[in-house]
Design a protein around this ligand. Structure first.
Ligand code: ZN
Length: 699
C-alpha cells in the first residue's frame, strides 16, 4: 500500500489539475520504494517536467506553487534516499525550469539568473540561518525581508545608463529577448537618471543587469478580467498568468494596453561593482534614484529569532498589499558576504524564498451533488464531512466538471485533502487512495438533469455538461436570483428560499413575473409576516427605477457583464430603445440583438416595460466620479487602500495601477514613490486624502 495522493487542484475557479504523488505533508514511507522500482522517481520527474512546461512556457500553471514545491521536495527526498533508483530513472536534476518559447531570439545572461531556494516552516528558516552562520563564521547576521512579487521574472540591462535589453530567465543561462515588449512598460525608463529627484548625483555603472518582476496589480487584474468577461473572453486565472501571458505577446500594442508594472529587487552583473551600495537595504533607494521602482516595503532582522518573528509579522500584513505576492524573500543584507557565499547550480546560497502555505485539512466525501447554473451548466460539488480549515468550517468543495472527476477518479467515501486559499472556493487537492473503502465505486455523471430530468448535453469543444432546457426549474430560479441580486436590480430581502417557493408555486417564471406579485403571495407562499411582505412589495416597486445598466446586466445575456451593460445603457438610454436597436456594428449590440431575436427573451423585456419598469438611463445617483480614472499611491492617513478603492468604485470611478494620460487624479499618501513624479510629469491632478474626500462629497 502506498500513501500516495493524487493531486487534483483548482488554483482558481477555472483551472483544474492533476499530479501524481505527494503533498508537502504526505508521509514518505521509505519501505514502499525499493531500489529495484525506480518508477515513482521517474514518474515524479515526468510530472514535474509537465508542470514546468505549463508554468514556464505556457504561462498556464495548473497546480499551486505549494503543491509544486511539495513535488520537488518529495523528489529530492526520494533521490537522496534511493540514489541507485534515482540513477536508473535517468537524468536526475530538476533545474530551474525553462521559459524559452522559441518565439523570440535568445540572449545570454552575463550572470546566471537563478531561482530561489524555498522554505515553508520555522525549521526551514532556522536551518537557512544556521548554514549561513557556519559559512560566514559569525552569528551576527542581518537580513532584508521583502515581499515576493508573484509575476514574471526578467533581467533588464542598462549600458552607461541606457536601456538596451530585457531577457526572460530562460534556463538560467540564456532566455528570450523580450526587449521590444519591456520597452512598453512604464516602469522601465529609456535612460537612468544621473541626478536624482532629491538632488543627489548618481554614479551610473558601465553595465548593469537589474533583476525584476513584471506583474499586474490586483485592481488592474480585476479591471482587465471584467473587460474580458464582458467581451466574452475567458478571464485570466491569476495576475501571474496575465503578466506572463502578456509579456510574451508578439504584438507590443497588447503589452502596452495591459498596464504591466515592474519592480526591481536585485542585480545580476554590475560593472564596476562599486556602483552598487554595500548593503542590500540600500538597493531600493538606489533604484529609486535611477528613476525606477524598487521593492516598496521591506523589513530588517538580525539573527534567527528576530528573523522568524519578523517573517510572521510581515506575512500578516500581506493581505493589504495591492500587488500579488506568493511569500517573502529573505536576503543576506551584506553584499560582500553574498559574493563570498555564491550560488549552487540552481539558487544563490544567500537568499531564501519563504512561502506561506494555504491551510489544508483531510476529510471524507459524503456525496457528490450537481448544481444547475443560470446558463444550464452542471457543476459537480463534493459534499464533505464538515472540517475546520484555517478557522472556517468547510462542508463543500467544487469538483469543477465531469472530466475532472473522471480524471482524478474521486469517489463517494474517499478521504480527500481540502485546501482553502483566500476567498477562493475550497478545492480538493488530493485523494488518499490508501484509505478508499473497498465498496467505493467510480462516480457516474448523470445523463439527465437533476432538476428537470431531461437529457444533458455536451457541446463540442466544451468540457461543460449542460441542461439545454430553458424552462428547467433550476435555471429559472438561478436566472431570477441573478436578476434580483446586486449584479442585477438589487431587490433586497428576496432570497433564494423565497424565489424557490414562488417558482415551485408557479407564481414566477421569469424576471417580469416579479412585478405581478401580490401581497398575498408573500404571506401565503413565502410565509412572510405582514411587515416583511410590505417590505418585499416596496423593494420590488423601488427596483422599477434602478439604473438601466442593472436591468441589462440582470437579464443575464451571455457575454454581457458589468462593463458592457454600462456601455450599452449609456448608448441606448431606455429598454424601449434597446428593443428597437438593430444589429449594429458594436459587438455588445450584436450580442444583445441575437439575444432579443429569441421571442421569449423579447417577451420578458416587453413585459418589464408593460409592468411599469422605467429605469433611468444615467449611472448610479452616487456616480460623482463616473468616467474618472484614479491611481492610489503611498499610505493614506485614515483610509486603507481597499476602502479608498471601494469608495472610488462605488462613486462610478475606476482604479488603475499605473499612471497614463487617461489618469484623471492621483491620490497621494505618505511615501508615494515614483508615481507622484510621473503624475507631475504628465500634469495629472494630485490629491491628498482630504482633497479626495472632498471630491467624493461632490465639493
Ligand atoms: Zn434541467
Amino acid at each position: 500500500m502506498r500513501a500516495i495522493y493524487s493531486i487534483v487542484r483548482a488554483g482558481h475557479r477555472l483551472v483544474c489539475v492533476v499530479a501524481i504523488l505527494g503533498l508537502a505533508t504526505a508521509a514518505i514511507h521509505a519501505a514502499e520504494f525499493s531500489a529495484a522500482t525506480p518508477s515513482p522517481i521517474a514518474e515524479l520527474r515526468a510530472e514535474i517536467a509537465r508542470h514546468d512546461e505549463l508554468y514556464h512556457r505556457k504561462a498556464a500553471p495548473v497546480i499551486s506553487d505549494a503543491e509544486y514545491d511539495g513535488l520537488k521536495r518529495r523528489l529530492r527526498s526520494l533521490e537522496t534516499q534511493f540514489p541507485a533508483a534515482a540513477a536508473i530513472a535517468g537524468s536526475a536534476l530538476i533545474g530551474i525550469g525553462d521559459d524559452r518559447t522559441g518565439l523570440f531570439a535568445t540572449r545570454h545572461h552575463r550572470t546566471r539568473m537563478l531561482s530561489l531556494e524555498k522554505g515553508h516552516t520555522e525549521a526551514d528558516l532556522r536551518a537557512f540561518h544556521a548554514r549561513l552562520v557556519r559559512a560566514l563564521g559569525s552569528g551576527d547576521i542581518s537580513y532584508v525581508i521583502e515581499p515576493k512579487f508573484d509575476g514574471f521574472a526578467v533581467s533588464v540591462t542598462y549600458e552607461k545608463g541606457v536601456f538596451v535589453r530585457a531577457v526572460t530567465r530562460g534556463d538560467g543561462t540564456e532566455g528570450d529577448d523580450i526587449t521590444t515588449n519591456v520597452r512598453r512598460i512604464r516602469g522601465v525608463p529609456g535612460t537612468l537618471r544621473t541626478v536624482a529627484s532629491d538632488g543627489t548625483v548618481n554614479a551610473l555603472p558601465d553595465v548593469i543587469e537589474l533583476r525584476g518582476e513584471i506583474y499586474v496589480s490586483w485592481p488592474d487584474f480585476a479591471r482587465l478580467n471584467a473587460t474580458r468577461e464582458a467581451a466574452g473572453e475567458p478571464p485570466f486565472a491569476t495576475p501571474r498568468n496575465l503578466a506572463a501571458g502578456t509579456i510574451r505577446q508578439t504584438d507590443p500594442a497588447v503589452v502596452e494596453a495591459r498596464e504591466l508594472e515592474i519592480v526591481f529587487h536585485g542585480v545580476g552583473a554590475c560593472v564596476p561593482g562599486s556602483a552598487l551600495p554595500r548593503q542590500h537595504r540600500e538597493f531600493s533607494v538606489q533604484v529609486g534614484r535611477w528613476g525606477m521602482r524598487g521593492v516598496p516595503e521591506f523589513r530588517i532582522a538580525r539573527g534567527a529569532d528576530e528573523l522568524w518573528a519578523t517573517v510572521q509579522a510581515f506575512g500578516r500584513a500581506r493581505e493589504g498589499w495591492p500587488y500579488p505576492t506568493d511569500g517573502l524573500v529573505i536576503k543576506l543584507d551584506d553584499l560582500a558576504a553574498q559574493q563570498e557565499l555564491g550560488a549552487t547550480e540552481t539558487a544563490p546560497r544567500w537568499a531564501l524564498a519563504y512561502k506561506f502555505a494555504s491551510p489544508q485539512a483531510e476529510t471524507t466525501v459524503l456525496g457528490i451533488t450537481l448544481q444547475v447554473g443560470r446558463t444550464g451548466v452542471l457543476t459537480p460539488v463534493a459534499e464533505l464531512a464538515p472540517v475546520e480549515i484555517g478557522g472556517v468550517t468547510v462542508a463543500r468543495a467544487s469538483l469543477h466538471n465531469r472530466d475532472e472527476i473522471a480524471r482524478e477518479d474521486i469517489r463517494i467515501g474517499d478521504t480527500v485533502r481540502v485546501e482553502r486559499a483566500g476567498e477562493i472556493i475550497p478545492s480538493i487537492v488530493g485523494v488518499n487512495r490508501a484509505r478508499r473503502p473497498a465498496s467505493a465505486e467510480p462516480f457516474e455523471f448523470p445523463a439527465s438533469c437533476p432538476s428537470c430530468g431531461l437529457p444533458v448535453e455536451c457541446r463540442s469543444g466544451e468540457v461543460a455538461v449542460r441542461c439545454g432546457n430553458f424552462d428547467c426549474p433550476a435555471q429559472v430560479r438561478r436566472r431570477i436570483e441573478h436578476f434580483v441580486s446586486e449584479d442585477g436590480v438589487g431587490i433586497v430581502g428576496l432570497g433564494p428560499a423565497a424565489i424557490d417557493a414562488l417558482v415551485a408555486a408557479g407564481r414566477i417564471n421569469d424576471a417580469a413575473d416579479l412585478y405581478g406579485l401580490k401581497r398575498e403571495d408573500f404571506l401565503r407562499i413565502v410565509g412572510a409576516g405582514p411587515p416583511e411582505a410590505g417590505r418585499l412589495q416596496a423593494a420590488i416597486e423601488t427596483s422599477k427605477t434602478r439604473e438601466l445598466r442593472r436591468f441589462i446586466q440582470g437579464l443575464g445575456i451571455p457575454r454581457v457583464g458589468a462593463v458592457a451593460a454600462r456601455e450599452v445603457a449609456r448608448r441606448h438610454r431606455s429598454l424601449a430603445v434597446l428593443l428597437a436597436a438593430a444589429e449594429g456594428s458594436d459587438p455588445a449590440d450584436r450580442v444583445i440583438a441575437t439575444y432579443l431575436a429569441e421571442p421569449r427573451h423579447r417577451r420578458i423585456v416587453e413585459r418589464l416595460i408593460a409592468a411599469g419598469v422605467k429605469p433611468p438611463p444615467g449611472d448610479d445617483g452616487a456616480g460623482v466620479l463616473a468616467g474618472r480614472v484614479f491611481v492610489l499611491t503611498g499610505t493614506l492617513p485614515n483610509l486603507t487602500r481597499a476602502q479608498a478603492m471601494a469608495r472610488i468604485e462605488a462613486a462610478g470611478g475606476i482604479v488603475a495601477g499605473g499612471i497614463t494620460r487617461a489618469t484623471s487624479h492621483v491620490v497621494v499618501g505618505v511615501d508615494p514613490g515614483v508615481k507622484l513624479e510621473q503624475a507631475r510629469a504628465l500634469g495629472v491632478e494630485v490629491l491628498d486624502e482630504a482633497g479626495f474626500v472632498r471630491l467624493l462629497a461632490g465639493e
